[in-house]
Design a protein around this ligand. Structure first.
Ligand SMILES: Cc1cc2nc3c(=O)[nH]c(=O)nc-3n(C[C@H](O)[C@H](O)[C@H](O)COP(=O)(O)OP(=O)(O)OC[C@H]3O[C@@H](n4cnc5c(N)ncnc54)[C@H](O)[C@@H]3O)c2cc1C
Length: 543
């Protein structure tokens, strides 16, 4: 691509660099991209496949004495494949605009300084990180830039990837005690007091600079580079999958058009969203939203367009509601820092008097393996876990059910479940995953949230004809309804939790049980088990 990169360039013109990350792989509504092209005469675009996140040696463990080591990839095959497609799509969208995306395999704190030297880059633009891990990475880039002789290049962070902008919130989530304790409070406050900013357009792209010396070699990895050839060679799309996910902005925009306008499914979303079978019970936007190939503000814009041209009802509003739940977990991660990875979560360790005996979690790896492989003997759990293992996706209803089963019925340490989800989910994002798991385990920030999902009741409500179970669990295709129903109690403990049923999808609409623990503790960037997830500092509001 040197010929495309080598456009009219001069060492003296001002050069900016857009550093795309794992969570913002798009051209639309990308403020760092827009600002960089506005501020500089020449621009580079770069993406790094970081071997600590995407490589056969990157494992999804805590590197911690408080959790056993497992051998799961940090980014398993479904998300790795989706990521490769997303980066390839970004590169081809830039090429079609006569530009390029430089793609490297290596750590950003090594690659970016060398690009700065080779291209005389003045400023690097990227999105603010919401989690501890991301902020550790951005700080290490800052440090390596500061050590670069003769350069004043700095990393400029810009908020993005949420529906509501951080600076528009009526509270400052980076301050201790300033974050609403529940998702409903969060939603009510922001809906009343904030508005959603318009999307940034794709900018008219400036030219690319020429390197001083040899152009760096930019290479797209193969799937085998990311997950190992043994895993890559076995990959095949499962014919039973709910949806054939393809990564990238192009596929994201096509899915949004199809789901909203061609299928006309948005008008029924509220009523279908708790389904588990098929492509259109829910939007399936999550992998694109998580990787940033779809901006939540663009989804909002399209919902508004749909409401004007088709119908405006509770179902169309509920899509926005769920995006607000997504925002809640992003600001929640920003506020609570590393405590979202801690065994007692933001809620903090219960006192002896408040602790429910059943919350003594174990780390029985054999039991855990039965859960991950979908061989618990409980058909509802096994169906969901088999779908996840075979496709990388599971419905929101399914996630709530299997998370409740792991924490409440099997009494396993919830972090094992979250870690497995982090590895396998095609749509994993740390805020939504770890945030939802803290709630599933009853250690989230809201002292009233402590829900138990009764598996037989959930099955009756959401898979009454057992179609979903029989779709995924072959053994259940040949048993009678009666026998199947009996097995739904398999592994379920005596129900000591309040709630007993769980309500609607997403946060905020479920039945609430009474909290078993004390009220939420103060946010802290210090955790108890000495790993990178516990050592980060919370990001500042304005950087
Ligand atoms: C234990 C657990 C772990 C989860 N881990 C993740 C994760 O890693 N990544 C992820 O994107 N979602 C996660 N979720 C949330 C939710 O299950 C998925 O976003 C949803 O199933 C994706 O399907 P969809 O896009 O069709 O959702 P739709 O029902 O169409 O919802 C539209 C969008 O709203 C957002 N959304 C909906 N529900 C939630 C929720 N409860 N929390 C946060 N955002 C929500 C998602 O971005 C979703 O794409 C998790 C939920 C649970 C209970």
């Amino acid at each position: 691509m040197a010929s495309i990169a080598r456009k009219a360039a001069s060492k003296t013109s001002s050069v900016g660099l857009v550093f795309f990350r794992y969570s913002d792989i798009r051209l639309h509504d990308h403020e760092p991209l827009f600002t960089c092209h506005k501020n500089h005469q020449q621009v580079l675009h770069c993406f790094c496949f970081d071997p600590r996140v995407t490589s056969p040696s990157a494992k999804a463990d805590f590197n911690s004495k408080s959790l056993p080591t497992t051998n799961y990839l940090k980014t398993d095959v479904y998300r790795s494949k989706f990521l490769l497609e997303a980066v390839t799509d970004l590169q081809s969208n830039l090429r079609s605009r006569n530009h390029n995306l430089l793609v490297f395999n290596g750590t950003p704190e090594t690659i970016l300084p060398s690009l700065v030297s080779q291209y005389n880059v003045e400023k690097i633009y990227t999105h603010v990180g919401e989690t501890v891990e991301e902020n550790i990475l951005l700080s290490s880039i800052d440090q390596s830039l500061q050590q670069l002789p003769g350069s004043t290049c700095s990393l400029h962070r810009i908020w993005g990837n949420t529906l509501y902008h951080l600076d528009d919130l009526p509270f400052d989530p980076t301050q201790v005690g300033k974050f609403p304790t529940s998702c409903s409070q969060f939603r009510q406050k922001i809906e009343k007091q904030c508005s959603i900013r318009p999307c940034f357009p794709v900018p008219v792209l400036k030219s690319a600079p020429t390197a001083t010396g040899a152009e760096p070699s930019s290479n797209m990895p193969t799937l085998a580079d990311l997950v190992g050839s043994d895993v890559a060679n076995k990959y095949a799309l499962d014919a039973r999958a709910a949806f054939p996910f393809v990564g990238g902005e192009t596929a994201a925009l096509a899915r949004m058009k199809d789901y909203f306008f061609d299928q006309d499914a948005l008008k029924d979303y509220f009523h279908t969203r708790n389904g588990m079978l098929g492509p259109n019970y829910s939007s399936k936007f999550s992998p694109w939203l998580s990787m940033g190939s779809l901006s939540p503000r663009l989804v909002f814009q399209e919902v508004t367009r749909y409401e004007k041209s088709r119908v405006k009802n509770k179902d169309t509003y509920w899509m926005i509601f769920e995006l607000i739940v997504r925002d809640f977990f992003r600001f929640y991660a920003l506020h609570w820092g590393s405590s979202i990875y801690h065994v007692w979560g933001p809620k903090g360790k219960p006192t002896a008097s408040s602790r429910n005996k059943s919350t003594k979690w174990t780390q029985d790896l054999q039991l855990f393996a039965r859960w991950t492989s979908g061989t618990t003997g409980n058909p509802m759990i096994d169906a969901n876990m088999r779908e996840l293992a075979a496709t990388g996706f599971m419905s929101n209803r399914g996630r709530q059910i299997v998370a409740s089963y792991l924490t409440r019925d099997l009494a396993l340490d919830w972090r094992l479940g979250a870690m497995y989800f982090e590895s396998v989910l095609i749509d994993h994002d740390p805020c939504s995953n770890w945030g939802n798991w803290t709630y599933a385990a009853g250690v989230g920030a809201d002292p009233r949230e402590d829900r138990y999902f009764s598996i037989p009741k959930q099955t009756k409500n959401y898979d009454g004809k057992h179609e979903y179970i029989r779709h995924w669990v072959d053994e259940m295709k040949v048993v009678s309804e009666q026998q199947l129903r009996t097995q739904l109690t398999r592994g379920c403990r005596k129900q000591t939790w309040n709630g007993g049923g769980g309500g609607g999808g997403g946060g905020g609409s479920g039945k609430k049980g009474k909290g078993k623990y004390g009220s939420g503790r103060k946010p802290s960037s210090k955790g108890g088990n000495g790993n990178r997830r516990n050592n980060g500092k919370k990001s500042a509001k304005k950087q």
